[in-house]
Structures are given as structure tokens and as C-alpha cells.
Design a protein around this ligand. Structure first.
Ligand code: PEP
Length: 249
């Protein structure tokens, strides 16, 4: 039986006091319902937020990881460095990384591998743009994004990974995919993996991301192939984030 998972992606928001206030509010208000929970915070605050969350079940995550092991890669943060801070998760291939920083499918696959090499669970983001959806390319895009990772890391690697389906047109726009639209793609992803390994597909946590709010989370998370959410904007409000967490089945 898959456990649900709710992950907050704080992105590049706020300053140190906002981060510590938010982490403290989440820690204080958290009531464990058996689902998993994590926050992917700006890396400069790993140490402080990690200490603040120590002893709770709220896991720490990174918003990205370098595609190389170490070396002259100015500004990048290696998986080994994430390990120093007990990062449990690393988001790879977020659409903002893909579109603003040109993270290609192959680069995302290497980041995924780096994350796994340190025992850090990659949260692999996939999803189509509005233009791609309107030209019926959604499944082709998802195939390309997943195939790059399958080719490099193998299907067995998915036993230690999480997938987040995030339609680009729904991220930060207030436009949420309908429950059926999201379920259709989640089921597609699970079936695709099942063709390679039924057991891995069945156990795969597939999160939905894109304008999830307290008001729409319950219906989305009730869909059979949606195992929780990757939450952007609403994760910056402790109460909203915890309410979304409590919407898990
Ligand atoms: C995200 O950035 O992963 C995301 C889902 O953002 P939002 O919830 O703000 O749409």
C-alpha cells in the first residue's frame, strides 16, 4: 500500500526569518496522520531549518541538485553536500528549472542519478506546457521526460524515487488540472512503468502539483493514482500547507 506524501516547495521566497517562522509554524501545527511530509527549502537555510525540524517527522528536501559529483561548477550544490544536511529529498526537473535554466531531459536524468548516489530520494517532475497539451503532445512529452531517466538510471531506480506530475500551465497560475485530467496522466505514468516492472509501478508515489490549495486537495488526492502533492504557493502558508497534508487519504 502506497503512503501519501505532501511536499512543500518554498522556491526563492522570503528571508531567513520567514523561513524559520514557517518551519516553526509547520512543526508546531503538525499532526501525523500516517502520510509523509517534507519541505524543500532554500539551500542557504538547510542547516537552520534542519535543526529546527530535528526530532519531528517533517523531512528536509532540496529544490535541485547538481548533475556532477564535484568540481568547478560555480553555484551548484552537489548531492554529497545535501547529504551533509540530511536532505531526504531532492526535486529534479522542476519546470522552472527546465524552462529558465535549460535543464534538459538528459541533465535532469543525471541530477536524478546524483541524488540516488547519495541515498537521497529524487522527486522527478514531469509535465507538459499548455501548447503541448493543446496539440495533443502531453503523453509524448511525459514519455520523453521519463525515458531519459529510465535509459540512464534503469527502471529499478524508481523503487527509490518519487514522481511529480506538474502540468506547467497549472503551476503558480491558479489553474488547477481537473481531477480527471490529473488522474488520466497519473494512470498513464503508472501504466508505463508497469510495462517495465509491475511491482515498482504499484508502489510508486506519484504526486500532483499545480495550484493545489486546501479547497481542491481532497478531491485530487482521492483519485486512485494520485498519492499526494508537490505544493508551491500554498506551502508558504503554514496553515494552508498543513490543511493540504490533512487532505491525504
Ligand atoms: C510547484 O512549483 O511545484 C507548484 C506546484 O507550484 P504551485 O502550487 O504554486 O502551483
Amino acid at each position: 500500500m502506497r503512503k501519501a506524501l505532501v511536499v512543500g516547495n518554498w522556491k526563492m521566497n522570503g528571508v531567513r526569518s520567514d523561513a524559520t517562522d514557517l518551519a516553526a509554524a509547520i512543526k508546531t501545527g503538525f499532526e501525523d496522520n500516517g502520510a509523509e511530509i517534507a519541505v524543500c527549502v532554500p539551500s542557504v537555510y538547510f542547516s537552520e531549518i534542519g535543526s529546527l525540524l530535528a526530532g519531528s517527522s517533517i523531512l528536509l528536501g532540496s529544490q535541485n541538485v547538481a548533475e556532477h559529483d564535484s568540481g568547478a561548477y560555480t553555484g551548484e550544490i552537489s548531492a554529497k553536500m545535501l547529504n551533509d544536511f540530511n536532505c531526504h529529498f531532492a526535486i529534479v526537473g522542476h519546470s522552472e528549472r527546465r524552462s529558465y535554466y535549460n535543464d534538459s531531459n538528459e541533465s535532469v536524468a543525471r541530477r536524478y542519478n546524483q541524488s540516488l548516489s547519495q541515498g537521497i530520494t529524487p522527486i522527478l517532475c514531469v509535465g507538459e506546457t499548455l501548447e503541448q497539451r493543446e496539440s495533443n503532445e502531453t503523453f509524448t512529452v511525459i514519455d520523453q521526460q521519463l525515458d531519459a531517466v529510465i535509459d540512464l538510471a534503469g527502471i529499478e531506480s524508481f523503487a527509490k524515487a518519487v514522481i511529480a506530475y506538474e502540468p506547467v500551465w497549472a503551476i503558480g497560475t491558479g489553474k488547477v488540472a481537473t481531477d480527471d485530467q490529473a488522474q488520466e496522466v497519473h494512470a498513464y505514468i503508472r501504466n508505463k512503468l508497469a510495462q517495465l516492472d509491475a511491482g515498482i509501478a504499484e508502489n510508486m508515489q506519484i504526486l500532483y502539483g499545480g495550484s493545489v490549495k486546501p479547497g481542491n486537495a481532497t478531491a485530487l488526492f482521492a483519485m486512485p493514482d494520485i498519492d499526494g502533492g508537490l505544493i508551491g504557493g500554498a506551502s508558504l502558508d503554514g496553515d494552508a500547507f498543513l490543511s493540504i497534508y490533512q487532505s491525504t487519504k
